[in-house]
Design a protein around this ligand. Sequence first.
Ligand code: FAD
Ligand code: UDP
Length: 406
Amino acid sequence: MSRRSAPTLIVLGLDGKSAAKSNSESHSMNILLVGAGLSGAVIGRKLAEAGHSITIVDSRDHIAGNCHTKRDAQTGVMVHIYGPHIFHTDDEEVWDYVNSFETFMPYKNRVKTTSGGQVFSLPINLHTINQFYNRTMRPDEARDFIEGRADTSIAEPQNFEEQAMRFVGSDLYEAFFKGYTIKQWGVSPTELPAAILKRLPVRFNYDDNYFFHRFQGMPKNGYTEMVARILDHPAVTVHLNTRFTRDMAGEYDYVFYSGPLDGYFDYELGRLGYRTLDFERFTYEGDYQGCAVMNYGEEAVPFTRITEHKHFSPWERHDASVCYREFSRACEPDDIPYYPIRQVKEKALLAEYVALAKQTSGVTFVGRLGTYRYLDMDVTIREALDTADVFLTTGTDLPAFATSPL
Ligand code: FAD
Ligand code: UDP
């Protein structure tokens, strides 16, 4: 089988030695993975361990996809280049998996938000409620109080705004959710699904942990180091700065594609809508905001949040600080797609692409872009492990999607 040469070839042996392909086993297949993010790395590793020969291409100049971390040259701080990433999961097998490749340091995500000239704690908890209403309520009092402010006439919330009104009422909705959501999604919250808000809990105690999950942590040396270790297998070769084109597929026995679903088909049916992010970097001598993530609830403030990256590594010491202001806007063709919009129009187009994909043989679409879904890292890893497992049973009869995007 012939192999195309790539502009840049890196072989990720952590020992720096070049890797040899293991083609010795008769059932060994040559498999191409598009994307060196978590999806590509996890599937590639598992199939390599099963004796297959793995080639991974990524159009970027680094591995780890959107989880990529890099030390800031000026401050030495580990930066989450594509936005803040906190690992959290209830899936013990996935937690064990990531811990087998990297040391995870204890980390709890505690988010603050600025609104109306004050700083509050998120997700909305008893401290937020008491501070906002200048009260000293106990949990059951606060529950009754909020229920009294909620719009109980809404039986089945049909959209984000109705969900918030039913959940917490107009005061808290306007202060913390309305402006932020308009900035984040670029549309009225009445046009967004209620499910987006369901990701955020309301707590009637002082627990300000942003996540519910049993396991939470931060990779000691960053996500990119973790992904490098996942990729560190003699049967895995990674080509960076290499954009996938469909003619490459013919050179392999099977393809796993974690790039954008519509991109695979050269956008022939149109483009699936995404939000993209712009980051405005600035540095500060000392501690800029005292926490990793500060949201800004008001629409008048043009950015959604500021991330101060050194607070993601509380076990490190840095005098200087690097922060990113985060702005959200509609994704244009040359931008990085971040958040799939998944409204009615997008879902209709998605259904067309799914139908097209199902007529295509020899490729399975995976990951957040390949299935056009918002996926946390733990879910991405779980799906990647399961997809590889199914492939090891079915071989090339694997369907176009191991998990339905619809
Ligand atoms: P990606 O990381 O996007 O990797 C896909 C790779 O494919 C990319 O490297 C891309 O360059 C490459 N590629 C695309 N097209 C091509 C092509 N044609 N040819 C070659 N290569 C191509 N999850 C959490 O669990 N916790 C968090 O706190 C969290 N925060 C997030 C914050 C933001 C702002 C965003 C957007 C996501 C966040 N996530 C978080 C989700 C997390 O980023 C995803 O779970 C993860 O990145 C999914 O990995 P993936 O491999 O599927 O996709
Ligand atoms: N949200 C909000 N105000 C906040 C934080 C979140 O209105 O301070 C809304 C917003 O619409 C966001 C959604 O809640 O898209 C989910 O929040 P999450 O923190 O899960 O956002 P993500 O991690 O997707 O950026």
